[in-house]
Design a protein around this ligand. Sequence first.
Ligand code: ADP
Ligand code: MG
Length: 323
Amino acid sequence: ERLANQIAAGEVVERPASVVKELVENAIDAGSSQIDILVEEAGLKKIQVTDNGEGIAEDDVENAFKRHATSKIHSRDDLFRIRTLGFRGEALPSIASVSYVTVETAVQGMKQGSLLRLEGGKVIEHTPAPLRQGTKIIVENLFFNTPARLKYIKTLQTELSNIGDIVNRLALSHPNIAFRLVHDGNKMLTTAGNGDLKQTIAGIFGVQTAKKLLAIEAKDLDFTVTGYISLPEVTRASRNYISTIINGRYIKNFALNKAIITGYGSKLMVGRFPIAVLEITMDPLLVDVNVHPTKQEVRLSKEPELTKLISKTINERLRLENL
Ligand code: ADP
Ligand code: MG
């Protein structure tokens, strides 16, 4: 069982950023309104995620670290949710198998909370803890027992930028949750969590950038698209500032990114990319869930219709500004 977890860890936990992603997604799933992420040495020393969500009941804490012990009900209508939640009860055991984990969690209405400590997936302590609503998970010494994996880790700077990227996107796709990311004592981002996408963008890309955004709104029979795009003068040297969110989940789709860029036409300089955050709503059945489970890439039915809608909307919006 522990070997199986280590093998699964190879797929689920590629790097510190994947741990952050899994822990934060769990915090989101737990209905949190505030998620604090504290990272040391780009996550290799320590990753701590604190939420104010529903918590894990005393009887379930150890179970959460066993394989396929998901508490999340997977209905057929929930196909898209299943995919984005990822690993169906594999994340926690995988993470625990390659690190030291401490969990403090409590469920409101219970007499007490619980504290669980594991080393390399093995429970070494399970005791009562104070009643503090929510869950705090600390992951330390990541990859301590998998030196081969450690060797693949790029520079701390690259790892940190991967972490920043994933937290940015999770925050952008959940404007109603207040996020805070701190690295080695330095605040990297805070979002208000008041549901306002523009303010969330300000928290992530800066207030000055947020002042140079255009609101986008489009609708056809199958899709609703809302969000913000930057003025053509506000560009970046990388596509990383383009975010697409489908039904509340951040996704990667090459064609959608291209559609956004196409919408700008010749207004973008070569090698420059806009800042854009688009929230797209569609029937979940139009989202193909059958792509690589650890990647956020999705395939879309009616993709040509959607890309055309996006390009056209952006093009018209820029023309409205006489740009
Ligand atoms: P999955 O998210 O696919 O269910 P995980 O291994 O990520 O699998 O988590 C296992 C279970 O642990 C979850 O189903 C959930 O019940 C519980 N859990 C994990 N993190 C949290 C959290 N922050 N708050 C509440 N419950 C959690
Ligand atoms: Mg999970």
